[in-house]
Design a protein around this ligand. Structure first.
Ligand code: NAP
Length: 483
């Protein structure tokens, strides 16, 4: 079965930061893939914008090099690449100056969707938003896409929201979190709300615990100075993991409509109990045989920033009271893996011998690598060995069933197509972001005030042993981190 491609409306997309790392690695290759599959209309235009001086030809050469670098050779059919490059233009503009804006205007067409992607530092969001309006480049139905990080704490997130709200209405603002663009994340909603099977069991009576793991093998690398001011809590928990948790825990919305979905997610964040130090483990990777320590990477041996965090969270509402949500994320861990594991309660009574085997059912939702879902069920071990039980996965991996198109498209490209469609369901609303920071701020402040030092952990491990103890004390265990 092949994935269906539904073309979007004709559009003009301006990428501020069109020469930056994110544009080169993700946005432009993603747009090319949408073009090559026929989803991006052949008339649509992409206009790169940055301070550097470049003409359209120069930008095309720049983008050609990016496509060659970041796309698989098989993806770059020369005729498609040439037609795609033909859709590109460039405008030199300084977010903080007045030059270039009026020259951008004739490059935009009337009567097509108009979107502006702010792939620049958040410190420029307000300047760009203001100039788009004062130079008459944005209409009431134009859209802006803003990148993370959306704030450093509640105060800065509120300030950013206010800067954008001064020039754009909330229904024009698309705060991107690429985790929400992953096929599996969207499928989580389809599985929950498109089937009768799961929803009756989706509560504290039948779910023993939920685990969310986002593990990376890399260290902080060249992002040391940024990361040391951020840490795992701000970089991963406050946004990506919080969003995943909301999708797992939210009530069924009345319809699949952006505000209905986001209202339900917001209620989850508001029902989260405050994070406590007692239920949190923070770590920093030590040096390995050929890898530097976190201190070396950030060049600060007094750093109190965590490169690993594990937490036990509770949601105080009727559905979830008593079901712990365990989350963990870290760098330099044993494998690269993003996974959600829903562990159901054991059967109330086993009719089989105590040593027959069998485990509670688990729904394993893998975001990377190999996006897909496994429902682990207990069956009889085939063969003549008597009634012995084994757990087998009912595999719902997309690559096999729907082909590479479904499995291989990137979250960024899906989300950009949603911007063009005007669908905000998978984008964070301003009040959601503020609620997430309101939950995160107190614990961040407490660590700072108490000068909590993260615990060193071995690179290539699952983080500090104390993170295992977080589950052991209630007789549970993390699912192993395995690629
Ligand atoms: P980058 O490589 O530093 O690129 C920044 C871009 O902004 C360049 O095109 C730069 O070109 C342009 N720029 C800088 N100052 C400008 C100004 N005053 N006016 C107009 N354009 C200006 O940054 P990046 O890594 O692409 O990141 C962009 C945004 O995405 C950041 O908010 C980042 O946090 C976020 N993000 C990045 C990644 C990633 O993987 N890279 C992932 C998630 C989020 P000129 O210098 O020529 O102006």
């Amino acid at each position: 079965m092949a994935a269906r491609i539904i073309p979007v409306e004709d559009f003009d997309l301006v990428i501020f930061g069109g020469t930056g790392d994110l544009a080169r690695r993700k946005i432009l290759p993603g747009l090319y893939r949408r073009f090559a599959t026929g989803q991006m209309p052949p008339e649509a235009r992409i206009i790169g914008a940055a301070r550097g001086e470049m003409d359209a030809e120069g930008y095309r050469a720049f983008v050609r090099a990016a496509l060659n670098e970041f796309l698989a050779p098989g993806d770059c059919a020369p005729a498609d690449v040439a037609r795609f490059l033909d859709r590109l233009d460039f405008q030199s503009v300084d977010a903080r100056g007045e030059g270039g804006w009026d020259e951008m205007k004739p490059k935009l067409r009337e009567g097509v969707v108009r979107a502006f992607y702010f792939s620049v530092s958040p410190s420029l969001f307000g300047d760009i938003a203001e100039r788009l309006r004062t130079h008459g480049l944005a209409h009431r139905d134009s859209r802006i896409v803003v990148e993370k990080p959306f704030g450093h704490d509640l105060a800065s997130a509120k300030a950013l929201n206010a800067e954008l709200a001064a020039h754009f209405a909330e229904d024009q603002i698309y705060r991107i979190d690429h985790y929400l663009g992953k096929e599996t994340v969207q499928n989580l909603m389809a599985v929950r709300f498109g089937n009768i099977l799961f929803e009756p069991l989706w509560n504290h009576q039948y779910i023993d615990n939920v685990q969310i793991t986002v593990a990376e093998t890399v260290g902080v690398g060249g992002r040391g100075s940024y990361y040391d001011h951020s840490g795992a809590m701000r970089d991963m928990v406050q946004n990506h993991i919080m969003q995943l948790l909301c999708l797992i825990a939210m009530e069924p919305p009345a319809k699949f409509d952006p505000d209905a979905v986001r209202d339900e997610k917001l209620k989850v964040i508001r029902a989260l109990d405050p994070a406590t130090r007692e239920h949190t483990v923070r770590g920093q990777y030590a040096a390995g045989s050929d890898t530097p320590s976190y201190f070396d990477d950030v060049e600060n041996d007094a750093s109190e920033t965590e490169s690993f965090i594990a937490m036990q969270l509770s949601i105080s509402n009727w559905r979830w009271k008593g079901t712990p949500f365990f989350i963990r994320t870290g760098k330099r861990m044993k494998a690269r893996l993003s996974e959600i594991v829903i562990t159901f309660q054991p059967t109330p009574h086993s009719i089989f011998d105590a040593d027959a085997g069998g485990m509670p059912n688990q729904l394993v939702i893998r975001l990377q690598p190999n996006e897909g879902m496994d429902l682990r069920v207990t069956i009889k071990e085939p063969g003549p060995g008597g009634m012995r039980l084994i757990d087998v996965p009912l595999d719902m991996t997309f690559a096999e069933r729907f082909g590479q198109e479904a499995a291989g498209s990137d979250a960024y490209e899906r989300l950009i197509m949603d911007v063009i469609r005007g669908n905000q369901t998978l984008f964070m609303r301003g009040d959601e972001v503020e609620a997430a920071w309101a939950w995160t701020d107190p614990i961040l402040k407490e660590w700072e005030e108490k000068h909590d030092r993260p615990i060193p952990y071995e690179p290539g491990s699952a983080g500090p042993d104390q993170s295992l103890a977080l589950l052991h004390r209630s007789g549970r265990a993390w699912r192993e981190i395995k690629a």
